[in-house]
Design a binder for this molecule. Structure first.
Ligand code: MN3
Length: 251
């Protein structure tokens, strides 16, 4: 009985449909027409969307899987695609690194500012997080600098949360190493960041949190303060400590 049941499936799988009958010519299957509303495909480079360093659900319950899927797969992807479109229009810009673009952003088109910032910010952001409770603690050197500049680690966290809450509308809150080696908390609107020549407080970000609603709205609705508090559970202090050491070693 088994062979009788399987036989039609085996025949169905054979590529008869691809073989022309006698007297006919094989026509290639028609390609489906592209929907008229689809924009032209973005150039493949020079900028690229890297894979997330963990699964979509790795940060749950602090950040839910659907938020991560949309945030990385739709929002970050759009920044990369639109940045590539923007630099494709200007070959001189296509030769510059992302950080070289940010350093002269005041001279560049708004599309480069919005999407170049969006790409740089999110690329850093993914690396600053890890599964809840696995991110370790600030290194002794970083903890000493935080204590020196903010009083204590809890005091720093409160000030960082407050800066995130005070950022009106969409933006980011940052911990930066300034040129003089001190730490500062700052926030920026939209997709700006402290590497841009337009930034009020300039420095190298070693920690940053995205306070756009797309970062938290599915789980936290309008409760940005709750998101900022719970976010500490997924902060990857091991990575932040490496970034601090690297920033301190820069000229
Ligand atoms: Mn975002």
């Amino acid at each position: 009985m088994r062979a009788l049941v399987l036989a039609p499936l085996i025949f169905a799988a054979m590529p008869f449909a691809a073989m022309p009958a006698a007297g006919q010519t094989a026509a290639p299957p028609a390609a489906p027409a592209a929907p008229a509303a689809t924009p032209a495909e973005a150039p493949k480079g020079p900028h690229a969307l890297d894979p997330l360093p963990y699964s979509f659900d790795a940060l749950a319950p602090v950040i839910d899987a659907e938020t991560m899927r949309l945030h990385w797969g739709a929002h970050h992807r759009a920044y990369v695609d639109n940045l590539n479109r923007a630099v494709a229009e200007n070959p001189a810009l296509a030769k510059l690194s992302l950080e070289e673009l940010l350093a002269r952003i005041s001279t560049l088109p708004k599309a480069v500012r919005d999407n170049g910032g969006g790409h740089w910010n999110h690329r850093l952001f993914w690396t600053l997080m890890t599964a809840p409770g696995t991110g370790g603690q600030p290194s002794p050197a970083l903890l000493a600098a935080i204590t020196r500049d903010f009083g204590s680690l809890p005091a720093f966290r409160r000030q960082f949360e407050q800066a995130g809450l005070r950022q009106f509308g969409s933006g980011w809150v940052w911990l930066v190493v300034k040129a003089d080696g001190t730490l500062a908390i700052t926030s920026t609107p939209n997709q700006d960041n402290p590497l841009m020549d337009t930034a009020e407080v300039k420095g190298r970000p070693i920690l940053g949190n995205d306070v756009w609603e797309h970062a938290y709205y599915l789980s936290y609705r309008n409760r940005r303060g709750e998101y900022l508090q719970k976010w500490w559970d997924v902060v990857n202090w091991n990575q932040v400590s490496l970034l601090f050491a690297d920033a301190n070693g820069r000229p």
